[in-house]
Design a protein. Structure first.
Length: 310
């Protein structure tokens, strides 16, 4: 994709991120922070794009005009859907935005609705496992270490996949890992609690998807489910490995938090996550071969089953 197309796709994603006016300010702030994180990946002034979207200095028709190929239009829509679904079911405001976007892009309504349904199904998989976890299944320290590492490698492998829908699977898999850890220490967690835990640690749901997808977009790694944009395992080196690191850090911080009776303050929790994230980034290269091998075996057509069975 050329720079103008990349800029247009990212602008559409930012519009989607801010389409729901009721979104928590904490999450909105995280989206702004992602702009700074992604700035080094491209010559595009992403901070200016954020301001243009927030101050409504750009319009959907103007942005869409730069998407002059069927593949770029499809990808823009798919990424926007995933941004809206990253934190759960679409709100009425997000649904209205996506319908306006679909119409402006000239996409088939049936195909668009099918993709949207797939994304929502993945985003809303219950955090409880398919097979009930009982008190007798409490994990030992070694078992928990292995579970955290396996989940990190799996999410790192998913990050290497080029399809826009693949990145959607990372967040619910992280939530299910936190559920397992909390359960092991006697806490019966619901989806709302886990979302709050992730947000407190500094892992915004919408912003995390936006960062991961943005890195792929600027690295030429993304392609739409129905399109054929440049992507694939041949360009894995461009991937940042952030999904491995964030999952690893979340798992170990969750263990510390729930084993200690949930006594960490908000600042302590965030500091612990940032410290562990640095350690996890250093481990990423060590486990990259395992991520690459696992990525080659993943069937993107069965992402929903993968998340449900985790």
């Amino acid at each position: 994709m050329n720079e103008q197309q990349q800029k247009a796709v990212l602008t559409v994603c930012l519009m989607a991120a801010f389409a729901d006016g009721s979104k928590h300010e904490r999450e909105r702030a995280e989206v702004k922070n992602i702009a700074e994180t992604l700035a080094g990946q491209t010559a595009i002034n992403i901070s200016a794009l954020v301001q243009d979207v927030l101050l409504k200095r750009t319009s959907l028709p103007a942005v869409v005009a730069a998407l002059d190929t069927a593949e770029s239009r499809q990808l823009a829509f798919e990424m926007a859907v995933c941004v809206c679904d990253a934190d759960g079911a679409q709100s009425p405001a997000e649904q209205a935005f996506l319908e306006s976007l679909r119409s402006a892009l000239g996409l088939d309504a049936g195909q668009a609705n099918t993709f949207s349904a797939q994304a929502e199904a993945i985003a809303n998989v219950p955090v409880t496992p398919a097979v009930a976890v009982t008190a007798a299944s409490t994990m030992t320290r070694e078992e928990m270490d292995k579970a955290i590492l396996n989940a990190s490698i799996l999410n790192g492998a998913i990050e290497l996949l080029p399809e826009s829908l693949a990145t959607m699977a990372i967040i619910p898999l992280q939530m299910k890992l936190v559920y397992r850890i909390g359960k092991s220490y006697g806490y019966e967690l619901d989806r709302g609690h886990i979302k709050d835990f992730l947000a407190t640690a500094g892992v915004g749901l919408t912003s995390q998807y936006l960062e991961q997808a943005g890195r792929k977009l600027f690295g030429g790694l993304l392609r739409g489910v129905g399109g054929g944009l440049l992507g694939g395992l041949g360009k894995q080196a461009v991937s940042s490995g952030m999904s491995f690191a964030s999952t690893y850090a979340l798992g170990h911080v969750a263990r510390h938090y729930y084993s200690g009776g949930r006594t960490l303050s908000t600042q302590m929790l965030r500091d612990a996550f940032n410290d562990m994230l640095g350690e996890a980034k250093n481990l990423q290269a060590r486990y990259l071969p395992e991520m690459q091998a696992q990525a080659r075996t993943l069937d993107t057509g069965r992402l929903l089953n993968l998340v449900q069975q985790a």
